[in-house]
Design a protein around this ligand. Structure first.
Ligand SMILES: [Zn+2]
Length: 174
């Protein structure tokens, strides 16, 4: 069993940012998974679960409607630990090249009047939304990205040793 790069990251040292988690060859091309990390894992509270759910709907809607990017988007969804999102894109761009896209996406939340798709017909838990808190988290992350656009730390994970037992068993830490 191989450890994927995401699992060799020391989560105690992660700062918010946009990080390449893995790249996979699919059908002759490359598909890249990014960790879009909103909070410092285990060092500050994770994102409120209802706000996280609303940001999932709001940002997915933005990404899938952006004329320049919609054909590149494969997936946008929340991390189970509630500290960020996974973004899967066609191609193999470094995280710096999608910072502008994510800045626009998180900025767009400020003007939202409602959470798209938050109905019993379209969502699996339509009562669990919080647009007001989603706007707060989105503004905080957008300001952070804008302030740190020239800071390489927000685009590269801190490296750490992998944990392997004597008989070769790996520990997973996400
Ligand atoms: Zn939903």
């Amino acid at each position: 069993m191989d450890l994927i790069p995401s699992f060799s990251v020391d989560h105690r040292a992660i700062v918010p940012g946009i990080f390449t988690s893995r790249a996979d060859s699919v059908g002759g091309g490359t598909v890249t998974t990014y960790d879009v990390r909103l909070t410092r894992p285990n060092r500050e509270p994770a994102v409120d679960v209802a706000a996280m759910h609303s940001l999932e709907h709001l940002i997915a809607t933005f990404l899938r409607n952006d004329p320049d990017w919609k054909d590149e988007i494969i997936y946008w969804g929340p991390m189970g630990c509630l500290t960020g999102f996974y973004l899967i894109l066609k191609g193999s761009r470094p995280p710096q090249e999608i910072c502008g896209l994510l800045l626009s996406a998180f900025r767009s939340v400020e003007d939202a009047q409602e959470v798209p798709g938050a109905t019993a017909k379209n969502c699996g838990n339509y009562l669990m939304h919080n647009l007001g808190m989603a706007k707060w988290y989105a503004a905080r992350f957008a300001d952070y990205l804008a302030d740190n656009a020239d800071n390489p730390e927000i685009f590269e994970y801190p490296k750490t040793e992998r944990l392997v037992t004597d008989d070769g068993q790996h520990f997973y830490d996400s």
